[in-house]
Design a protein around this ligand. Sequence first.
Ligand SMILES: [Zn+2]
Length: 124
Amino acid sequence: MTSVDTTEFRALLEEERTRIIDAIEYLASENPGNMQDELGELGGRGTDNHLGDMASVTFDRELDEGLEEGAQQTLAQIDRALAKLDDGTYGICERCGKPIAAERLRARPWATLCIDDQRLADRG
Ligand SMILES: [Zn+2]
């Protein structure tokens, strides 16, 4: 079994999961079509469809796609952490098998690596 308080982390994970799903739904509703639709819409409103609009749409889209990608990744990690809570391996580093520090789990409840192995993984 794990040495961490799983009730606390399950609550943290479920709260974060709800927040991320809301964010993903918000992003999806903000951008229902592709960029061509969006540009067509701008022109259709009869506004001056100059370069400034084009740049702004491109920028917004890149930002949103980055956010959505990040949110999807975090959601997958949260689901994985919840599965670990169920099978009793939550809070154990996937690489070295040692417990992950509780303060690290409070900051990132979905962490699957201890801080040392995360640094190694980030380095590549
Ligand atoms: Zn480790």
